[in-house]
Design a protein around this ligand. Structure first.
Ligand code: CMC
Length: 428
């Protein structure tokens, strides 16, 4: 395989190196393109063909349905690791030793309080506010309570900021839900594990002792692991690009939360359940909705279907589908919406429209069904995604800063008016 790509423009030839990743992915390094050609640029809306960085965090192969964090398969991590171990792995590159994990857990617990004045900010939101908007704002507000920039070259300062946000983020997420439900805020219990404590902060009743449920906690742990990173997706790219201006970690994360909110990204998990509910209310006619999804004059899309990278299957969806069946079985819940989901998937997977376009159920197709079974309100689903994605965002932000990447600033091809002289308002 050649190590050089040649581009010819108007009879002039330009050579660019081809770089190879550790999994043999190839990329044409066009860093010198504009300089060599006198300003020719590339155009690639949606970055479908553009690599924005080199990264050692997550590998995914969309054709083969492979997803690995730092080399470990998602299947094995979901089965054998817990969320905090996975967070450490993603952020620092290796699975923690017992001593490292103990310290990590202890340091997070040490930071797991949120300034009381943050409550005043939370109070200012109407109860009807979407939790993703509230979470993004509260994450941004944390900056005011933790001012001072982090020296990214100081391992200690970097570690301190990471531990702080891992500790406070679940508190903010839980509080957004409690506010919506008119429940008094809960401060958690540091004798519990990370995920168990999150669950307590969300669900503990003020007049009742909290009882942990192993099935629920194991399912939550697995869901968070499955969402923990997914290389350069929309929210992660947002975190990296905001951070590339040397905006701080919390500011970059707040922007990432906003990016995740959209229904084409993390917001799809809420959209899926709403879609399945609507189909149920409409008599459960899946064929009708498959036809709508295929109709180019109808804006309806089958939510939870399709993926920019996975073109065979989404390995996370496989794990989640099995997990959804197990959790519903273990909790003794019968959810007709699961049957509608299975019916839709069965029809779509055989339908030429979906087969031709390689559209398969993605991670969000089944996750909402488990969240519902765990008693999580629909509008909190994307917050659960954000809780899972937090270590991935942190890992990517840290990598970007440590690699001293330049500020993200894409080019464009201008297609507007050419020069024209200004006309006074009386002449227009
Ligand atoms: N239902 C019906 N048609 C679809 C769907 C869908 N869910 N997804 C893609 N298509 C069609 C699309 O109309 C296009 O058809 P054509 O070639 O005839 O114009 C073709 O498939 C390619 O679609 P695209 O929009 O160009 O593909 P993309 O890579 O830009 O978009 C996607 C990927 C995930 C945004 C898209 O598949 C989608 O909107 N899916 C529904 C939303 C969803 O489930 N999002 C969650 C993604 S996984 C979690 C995460 O990482 O956020």
């Amino acid at each position: 395989m050649s190590k050089i790509a040649t581009l010819e423009i108007d009879g002039n030839k330009y050579e660019f190196p081809i770089i190879k990743g550790t999994e043999n992915e190839l990329g044409i390094d066009i860093k010198a393109l504009r300089g060599a050609t006198g300003g020719v640029t590339t155009i690639d809306p949606g970055y479908k063909n553009t690599g924005s960085c080199e990264s050692a965090i997550t590998f995914l192969d969309g054709e083969k349905g492979i997803l690995r964090y730092r080399g470990y398969s998602i299947e094995e991590l979901a089965e054998k690791a817990d969320f905090l171990e996975v967070a450490y792995l993603l952020i620092f590159g290796e699975l923690p030793t017992a001593a490292q994990l103990e310290k990590f857990d202890k340091d997070i617990k040490e930071e797991s309080h949120v300034d009381e004045d943050m409550k005043k900010i939370l109070d200012g939101f109407p109860k009807s506010a979407h939790p993703m908007g509230v979470l993004s704002s509260l994450t941004s507000a944390l900056i005011a309570f933790n001012p001072g920039s982090v020296d990214v070259d100081s391992e200690e300062e970097m570690y301190g900021a990471i531990v702080k946000i891992l500790a406070k983020f679940p508190v903010l997420a839980a509080w957004t839900m409690r506010k919506r439900k008119s429940l008094p805020l809960d401060y958690g219990d540091n004798s519990l594990g990370y995920v168990e404590n999150l669950h307590k902060m969300m669900f503990a009743r003020p007049n009742q002792a909290y009882e942990a449920n192993k099935i629920v906690n194991d399912a939550l742990d697995k869901l968070l692991i499955l969402h923990a990173d997914h290389e350069q997706n929309c929210s992660t790219s947002t975190v990296r690009i905001v951070g590339s201006s040397h905006a701080g970690l919390f500011a970059s994360l707040s922007a990432g939360i906003s990016a995740l909110w959209g229904p084409l990204h993390g917001g799809a998990n809420q959209a899926v359940i709403e879609m399945l509910e609507a189909i149920k209310a409409d008599g459960g006619d899946t064929a009708k909705y498959i036809a709508k999804a295929k109709d180019k004059n109808d804006p309806f899309r089958l939510m939870g279907f399709g993926h920019r990278v996975y073109k065979n299957f989404d390995p996370r969806a496989k794990i989640i589908k099995k997990s959804a069946e197990e959790v519903l079985g273990d909790l003794g819940i019968e959810d007709p919406v699961l049957d509608i989901a299975k019916g839709l998937a069965d029809v779509a997977l055989k339908d030429e429209y979906f087969v031709q376009r390689k559209l398969y159920p993605n991670v969000d197709f089944y996750s909402g069904i488990i969240y519902r079974a765990l008693g999580i309100p629909t509008e909190m689903f994307t917050v659960m995604f954000a809780l899972g994605r937090l270590p991935g965002w942190i890992a990517q932000w840290r990598e970007m800063r440590l690699r001293k990447e330049p500020i993200g600033r894409p080019r464009q091809i201008y297609i507007g008016e050419n020069y024209r002289a200004f006309k006074a308002v009386s002449e227009r």
